[in-house]
Design a protein around this ligand. Structure first.
Ligand code: T4K
Length: 398
């Protein structure tokens, strides 16, 4: 059935409560309550306690990586990574990412150099990155997006040829695989996010994965002296510790990870089926992976073919209590923090600019029943068919 009565035109919204956009999976309260009681009984709340240790060893096993260093969030994890890798000067990264990727560099005294992404994958364009390598560049930070991965083979070959370092912002990629190998094993290290809107939630949290013993020892010392094992010489230390309360949630959610991944996959397939053939709407499939976590449902909107702008479509959805969003907007190079730097760099970011103007993220995750996907898609299909009439109810710049 195609919806024809739109809330933007004054009708009752399709959904009576907000459908959020992110994962937001949390364990059953009684399981968490019992875990919290154990923490209180032990009277050991943080500083690399037993649950943080258990989480690290379970993640090491699951990801097949030698070292997992859990941290308070991925932003701090990325800052610790830049410090441990002893990076200098400039680091190449895509601008089509969350602000935190670049902020981790400015906080560690490094200069981001913004590279464009490939239009078919949304990931860093390796041939363009190659052209940007100068003697001041010490590393490439590739970002794995949408439950997909960058072209890891090409990146590894490039850093082998040039001798610079490679590491990954894998905030979106927990549980994904590339050629059957879990994300977490690539480059010098990878950083994952366990934010509430991510695939594995600890409310806030993250981890750094590496197979390099020396790097792991440095990272543990940078995180703090607690649980660092043998001390090694590092210039700066910090507090990047994960508390026991965070680790308890992550452990419980880890038990349910495969169910959640399968739900996300079914959700993606439902979107794929019900969005098929809508003019001007392109659903992005996770690229570069042999297994995805389907953490994000991302579409590109072509205004000419769809009939309303990306922003107008978001307003139509919002009126129905569907929280879709622009993602990422603006590009990091257009943010207040990095705009003047970018104006000096002047690298062409043509694809990034286009994607920042055209991408939307649709709801997925624990708070979305799969049968609602068809309703959302029918609404979008109907919005396209009725776009000319709907323009009457929409601000031109909304
Ligand atoms: N690298 C990349 C590529 C990233 O995407 C991120 C983070 C990072 C690095 C850094 O990782 P962390 O340091 O965060 O571990 C969210 C998240 O805060 C952030 O983790 C995430 N990426 C970013 C892309 O999205 P916001 O500001 O967009 O979230 P917010 O508050 O708008 O929430 C999204 C939706 O979820 C809304 O519909 C509200 C709903 N929501 C959110 C929270 C937190 C809830 O219903 N309950 C909640 O508790 O940043």
């Amino acid at each position: 059935m195609i919806a024809t009565r739109f809330a933007i035109a004054g009708n009752v919204p399709i959904f009576d409560i907000d459908i959020p956009v992110g994962q937001l999976y949390f364990p059953d309260w009684t399981r968490y309550e019992s875990a919290v009681k154990d923490i209180f009984d032990r009277r050991y709340y943080t500083n690399q306690g037993p649950l943080a240790q258990e989480l690290e060893s379970r993640l090491q096993q699951m990801l097949g990586v030698k070292h997992v260093i859990c941290v308070v969030n991925a932003t701090v994890g990325l800052m610790m990574a830049a410090e441990a890798l002893e990076l200098k000067g400039k680091v190449i990264l895509p601008s089509f990412t969350f602000l935190a990727s670049a902020q981790s560099l400015s906080w560690t005294g490094l200069q981001p150099v913004f590279c464009d992404v490939a239009s078919n994958t949304h990931h860093i364009d390796v041939s363009k990155a190659k052209q940007m390598i100068t003697k001041d560049v010490s590393a490439i930070m590739a970002v794995n997006l949408w439950g997909g991965a960058a072209d890891i083979t090409a990146l590894e070959q490039l850093v082998q040829e040039t001798g610079i370092k490679l590491y990954f912002d894998s905030a979106h990629a927990f549980g994904c695989e590339v050629n059957g190998q879990k994300v977490g094993c690539f480059g010098s290290l990878e950083v994952m996010s366990f934010h509430a809107t991510k695939m594995l939630s600890a409310t806030e949290g993250g981890c750094i994965c590496t197979n390099d013993d020396d790097l792991a020892a440095k990272l543990r010392n940078i995180r703090s002296s607690y649980g660092a094992g043998h001390t090694v010489s590092v210039v700066k230390t910090s507090n990047g510790r994960m508390s026991e309360l965070q680790a308890a949630i992550a452990l419980l959610n880890l038990d349910d990870f495969e169910i959640n991944r399968a739900n996300n996959e079914a959700t993606f397939l439902a979107y794929q089926k019900h969005l098929a053939g809508i003019p001007g709407l392109k659903l992005i499939s996770p690229s570069g992976v042999s297994r995805s976590n389907y953490q994000y449902i991302v579409c590109e909107v072509n205004t000419e073919q769809f009939g309303v702008t990306r922003q107008q479509l978001l307003s139509i959805l919002k009126a129905e209590n569907i929280n879709a969003r622009r993602y990422f907007y603006p590009g990091v190079h257009r943010s207040v923090e990095f705009n003047s730097l970018y104006n000096k760099q002047k690298n062409a970011l043509t694809i990034t600019e286009l994607l920042c103007e055209t991408c939307i993220q649709l709801p997925v995750g624990a708070l979305l029943d799969i049968d609602k996907v068809e309703v959302i898609c029918n609404l979008i299909r109907s919005a396209q068919r009725n776009s000319a009439k709907l323009l009457h109810y929409l601000d031109s710049d909304s």
